[in-house]
Design a protein around this ligand. Structure first.
Ligand code: GAR
Length: 210
């Protein structure tokens, strides 16, 4: 089983969904630890209730972004995870952080990327008048919400939706999608190639030389 560290900043419902998926005996991953940048993240208590070790790295305890990330990297060197799953972790990772873990960091984002990167995705979807919305799990690169896409799920936008009702529908889809995407990566069915593109096991890209 692949060892996963989940990164959270908030309620941690996606982390919890991954932890629940990992309880299935045939699931190819387990949550080795949870890391939060917020001491008061609700997900910390939820992880502890499941017996998952938690580590808090409050940004304000460090003088710079580089020092904050270095502290987290040092913890990861001890934990030695196979994969990192960002689950509502509201910080951009620097190139120095990503490099040693490139192709092994996943993020879930509440929109159908490349539409609506960044914040307030549900209100922006409503304002744009789109009739479908959803969520994306992707490999993390230095850009914001722009690494190669692993999996997506679509939900309808109802005419009476507001950002809260739409967010709830998307969040339910997120919980299923993240477990699905983690399974794909943990089994090796999907991986990131050297060009930063997703490769599916057994499939040959049409633009690859034969
Ligand atoms: C989720 O909707 C996740 O997709 C989003 O934050 C929420 C966290 O909820 N992430 C982002 O917006 C990242 N750019 P959770 O803490 O209950 O999993």
């Amino acid at each position: 089983r692949k060892r996963v560290v989940a990164f959270i900043s908030g309620g941690g419902s996606n982390m919890l969904a991954l932890a629940k998926a990992c309880e299935a005996p045939d699931f190819p991953a387990e949550i080795a630890a949870v890391i939060s940048d917020k001491p008061d993240a609700g997900g910390l208590a939820r992880a502890e209730a499941l017996g998952i070790p938690t580590h808090v790295f409050a940004r304000k305890s460090y003088g710079s972004k580089a020092e904050h990330e270095a502290a987290i990297l040092a913890a990861l060197a001890e934990i030695r995870p196979d994969l990192l799953c960002l689950a509502g972790y509201m910080r951009l990772l620097s190139a120095d952080f990503i490099r040693p873990h490139d192709g092994r960091i996943l993020n879930i984002h509440p929109s159908l990327l490349p539409l609506f990167p960044g914040l307030h995705t549900h209100q922006r979807a409503i304002d744009a008048g789109v009739r479908v919305h959803g969520c994306t799990v992707h490999f993390v690169n230095e850009g914001m919400d722009e690494g190669a896409i692993i999996a997506q799920a679509v939900v309808p936008v109802d005419p009476q939706d507001d950002a809260v009702t739409l967010a709830g529908r998307v969040l339910t889809a997120e919980h299923r999608l993240y477990a699905h995407a983690l399974r794909l990566v943990a089994t090796g069915a999907v991986r990131l190639d050297d060009a930063g593109r997703v490769l599916t096991a057994g499939a040959q890209r049409s633009d690859d030389p034969a």
